[in-house]
Design a protein around this ligand. Structure first.
Ligand code: KIV
Ligand code: ZN
Length: 516
């Protein structure tokens, strides 16, 4: 079975998703989970983009021991130097250099002739080779590059010292047969191709990213690049879990496999969704909430008779377990701790105590607390942002014929109690206006979404918000059996993240920096 290397770019291309802005701690948290998932390579960021990005890549490089850590760099010496600095502590560092090669990019973006593109890339690879033994080179927009020029560029990159040549379908324009043909052509025509690895990097603009990555594998690609949940620039990147499960489920067809620990997929997906604030659509392949749900009577009947009638992947394969033990308000700390261990959480005593206190509050409001509730409570605060503001109480007056009015009490870090009231267009609007007054933060609410964690009237509501202030955008999350309380907690969580972000050098989003 041929091994396909997995290059995860959740922390770089994934972070380029609109509204996503991970802090250093969150990047490390995701990187450590990617290590458990056993990805081979982790692209941690773009060090030259900002001091904040450089520091985050450095923190990931220091934390990760069992995967190669990669920094992205334009074909310029300053960028390469920033990546050197960021990756200096990595166990297995790799530099990812890129330069656009397609006629559209050469003409309008780079204003370079073909020979200048070749010379610029060659000089950058040679300069980088003095410091990095592993270099991946990407001819950006390879999909729309003339095939003979792409062969020439690939041959130059190999001669100059690249160890991986990555073929990006930067704008998600390719069809599977066209993209597969690029790999076949490179394999057949480029001198020295057997000495390097060929990689595929696809975007999902036409919904073909997974199919294109699989076509690349069928035509000789050694590595696939992608993100967890398929997040990324515009419509996103190849979803790694989809490729891994396609190879696993159709082994006889692909004759290739990744080394991923598949039963870590569900946990990784949830973590990425929580920390990026990007909700996974219910019908998303592999990790969507409905991916293993059977609604129609005919399907349910088939499942009861023989699972394989309608199930090609078992939920256990990706780490979804049936809940055995239901907890309630009489459950003690011991049962709770056992439950956490069973669910795969490795928390210290202080974290268990904090989670247990939250569990008790929830158990008072909700009869049966199931795995999904506990997961929501634990993951609500997986990475601690310093809490400048903490919600104390909310009072609301609401009537369908009157203007809603909210009063909030918030405790400030040093213990000061802040109390403000406001009217609004709706209950949530009134609460948010009151919080704005109390915290004296001027923010724009860019996105608000709410979903129910479990079923039933006492289900937990899980609220996500995205707030913007200047060029900083942050997300926040709040969970409660009361959706208005969850809404307030999510908003305050986002404000705390905003304050934290302002303190980091280069805390603003780097997405505006051009990738030229
Ligand atoms: O999509 C793309 O072209 C990229 C490159 C930087 C590899 O993300
Ligand atoms: Zn990309």
């Amino acid at each position: 079975m041929r091994k396909i290397y997995v290059f995860d770019t959740t922390l770089r291309d994934g972070e380029q998703s609109p509204g996503v802005n991970l802090n250093t701690q969150e990047k490390v948290e995701i990187a450590l989970q990617l290590e458990k998932l056993a990805v081979d390579r982790i692209e941690a960021g773009f060090p030259a983009a900002s001091p904040g990005d450089l520091a985050a890549v450095n923190a990931v490089a220091r934390a990760v021991r069992n995967a190669s850590v990669i920094g992205l760099s334009r074909s310029r010496e300053q960028d390469i130097d920033a990546a050197r600095e960021a990756l200096k502590d990595a166990q297995d560092p790799c530099l990812h250099l890129f330069l656009a090669t397609s006629p559209i990019h050469r003409k309008h973006k780079l204003r370079m002739e073909k020979h200048q593109v070749l010379e610029t890339a060659e000089a950058a690879i040679k300069y980088a080779k003095k410091y990095f033994s592993k270099i991946e080179f990407s001819p950006e927009d390879a999909g729309r590059t003339e095939l003979d020029f792409l062969c020439e560029v690939t041959e130059m990159a190999i001669r100059a010292g690249a160890t991986v040549v990555n073929i990006p379908d930067t704008v998600g324009y390719m069809t599977p047969s066209e993209f597969g043909n690029i790999f076949k052509t490179l394999k057949e025509n480029v001198r020295g191709i057997e000495t390097i690895q060929l990689s595929a990097h696809c975007h999902d603009d036409l919904g073909m990213a997974t199919a294109n990555a699989l076509a690349a594998i069928l035509n000789g690609a050694d590595q696939i690049e992608g993100t967890i949940n398929g997040i990324g620039e515009r419509a996103g990147n190849t979803a790694l879990e989809e490729v891994a499960l396609a190879l696993e489920t159709r082994q006889e067809f692909f004759q290739a496999k990744t080394s991923l620990v598949l039963n870590e997929i569900a946990r990784t997906s949830r973590l990425v969704s929580k920390l990026t604030g990007m909700v996974v659509p219910g019908n998303k392949a592999i990790v969507g909430a409905n991916a293993f749900a059977h609604e129609s009577g005919i399907h349910q009947d088939g499942m009861l008779k023989e699972k394989t009638t309608y199930e090609i992947i078992s939920p256990e394969t990706i780490g979804l377990k049936e809940s055995k033990l239901v907890l309630g308000k009489h459950s003690g700390r011991h049962a709770f701790r056992e439950k956490l261990i069973d669910m795969g959480y490795d928390l210290n005593d202080e974290q268990v105590n904090e989670a247990f206190a939250k569990f008790k509050v929830l158990a008072d409001r909700k009869k049966n607390v199931i795995d999904e509730d506990i997961r929501a409570l634990i993951e609500e605060k997986l990475v601690q942002t310093p809490e400048v503001f903490v919600l104390d109480t909310i009072q609301l007056s609401y009537g369908n014929q009157s203007v809603p009015m909210a009063t909030v009490r918030i405790v400030q870090a040093e213990g000061t109690m802040l109390e403000e009231g406001s009217i609004g267009n709706g209950s949530v609007d009134a609460i948010y206006k009151a919080i704005d007054k109390a915290t004296k933060e001027e923010v724009e609410l860019e996105d608000y979404s709410i979903k129910s964690v479990t079923h039933g009237k006492d289900a937990l509501g899980d609220v996500h918000v995205v707030l913007k202030q200047g060029d900083i955008s942050v997300h926040g999350r709040g969970v409660s059996t009361d959706i208005l309380e969850a809404s307030a907690k999510a908003y305050i969580d986002a404000i705390n993240r905003l304050i934290d972000k302002r303190k980091t050098p280069g805390g603003g989003r780097h997405g505006s920096m051009s990738l030229i």
